[in-house]
Design a protein around this ligand. Sequence first.
Ligand SMILES: [Mg+2]
Length: 172
Amino acid sequence: MPFSLVPDLLFDDYAAVTPALLRELGVTLLLSDLDFTLAAKATRHPDRALKDYIAALRDAGIGFMIVSNNRSGKRVTEFCAELSVPYQGRAGKPSPRGIFAAIGRAGGTAAHTAMLGDKLLTDCLAAKRAGVLALTVEPVGGAATAWQKVLHALQAPFKSACRRRMQKNGKK
Ligand SMILES: [Mg+2]
């Protein structure tokens, strides 16, 4: 179902998406959104935990790239440089084009790629349209503004559907 807003798997945070789990899922390239997925919005520097996570992916031989709708701002560029990870900006999610560009740059295939993000209408939908595994996390720092709270409420039924399916499949 290419236009589904129900993620394939749902996690509390990115740390739960371990290299071992990715290997089990056949994922060799992990693409990730930045804001609210890897760090709270507008965070300038990656923290120790995120650096360790990226190092663990690298050790496991899993490729990694940040795919963001951000227009290559200085903050994101510096954030990615500090992590030593490549960055695909202007991704235009929910368009799949940024994901396709990232897969092309990494020399991967959609079948072995996952897209991790916090927003169903951009990250998850782009993943579905690109035909990659759609992994969703709860937003880092929670829903802060009124708009984020609305978004949170709108996403809830789709997340519930994902949780029910995961329970049925014995994934959680
Ligand atoms: Mg985000």
